[in-house]
Design a protein around this ligand. Sequence first.
Ligand code: SIN
Length: 478
Amino acid sequence: MNIFKKNYINGQWSDALSQKTYKVNNPATQEFIADVVDSGKEDAEKAVQSAHAALAGWSAVPPKEKANILKAWFNLIMENQEALAALMTSECGKPLVESRGEVVYGASFVEWNAEEAKRISGMTLPATAANKRLMTIRQGVGVCTAITPWNFPLAMITRKCAPAIAAGCTVVVKPAESTPLTALALAGLAAQAGIPEGVFNVVTASSGAEVGEVLSTHPFVRKISFTGSTAVGKILLKQAAGTVKRVSMELGGNAPFIVFDDADIDAAVTGAMASKFRNTGQTCVCANRFYVHESVASEFAEKLSKRVSQLVIGDGSKEGVDQGPLINIAAIDKVDSLVTDALQKGAKCLTGGKRHDLGGSFYEPTVLLNVTPQMSISQNEIFGPVVSIVTFSSQEEVIDLANDTVYGLAAYFYTRDLSRAINVSEQLEYGMVGINDGVISTEIAPFGGVKESGLGREGGQTGIDEFLETKYICISEV
Ligand code: SIN
């Protein structure tokens, strides 16, 4: 598989108008990987123009043909799984085993939406008079833009773009500054799959602001889909309001992970490992606050700490590594300051608790006990390999604690009591709830949050609905 370093606009590989480039480095080794295009406003404008020009042609392509092209893209992604995984690990640091998994996860959105492309149907409605016929059709919203994060360099692009393309939209993607190469590799495969010129465009940049402004304000753009921080999401929402664009926002999370006294503790420990340590704690749905019933807290903490202390830390490109580096030094500084603050305020460290001897942005997988809801670590998204355990004594108390946040993306809990499973899942103010399960993401189900965690859903049937408009047509016989 080729390594592409230029913007992909209108089916061409192009430099920035300014000719500027920036460097992409490996977060595990700090080694230089590639110089890529550092786009500005004018490059984003060119990409939007290209998506606009391609829109009429692509929306008119019969659904079955769209499906076949997307299926070809899916097959190429899977055929290149190993190369894509290696590239992804080199730019974002996640262990190879997880990168391979992300290729499968990302490809699944392409496959699912290839199938959905053939099932975009409208309705006929009961007529209001004998000479009238009422119907609805569903059409793609138009030109869409996607701003995607570094923690899932491939899957967050396909989760947005595959449904958009299946719905007949054209897309401009701005990948995260640290992970442009996976996005460009996807563009190379899109071209090979026969996705026509202008339908899928990628614009890379060292900073999101300039390109992001064009993608969220341009009058040709009808929808923007963003995954990233709540702070940036709020800026994009304001910018998109100027032209009343459709928006999908997958923003921050502060996921509670509750272990009730009736839980299967071994299963809860396994779920906690999967939820917390996926991508070295750097996912929006990672468990962030552990609430463990006081009667089982010592058993849970002891068993979990044992598993955590066995994790293998290192360069994700080495087989057998479980945890890679954090994405950059700012990320490790944040994690370290949250842990230090918690320890100073009385938390007890069971394992880890500091920067790793490997240096750079490696952090020791950590378990903290005696954390309180008032500590900063309970109120902020940690985005790192740290388990912070607060104990509770009643179901009412823990539901209040879990809901006491501006976020509402994912929540998890472990119980063997069926009525508790139903009641608690209904009372948690979250877009997604895992019961006795620590990893619930799939292309089949709606992914998204409530409150300041975002707007809209990605994945499943709802994922493609977000890129469709319903048009009502009333026909009168004259
Ligand atoms: C994210 O962290 O933004 C996505 C995680 C997932 O899809 O499971």
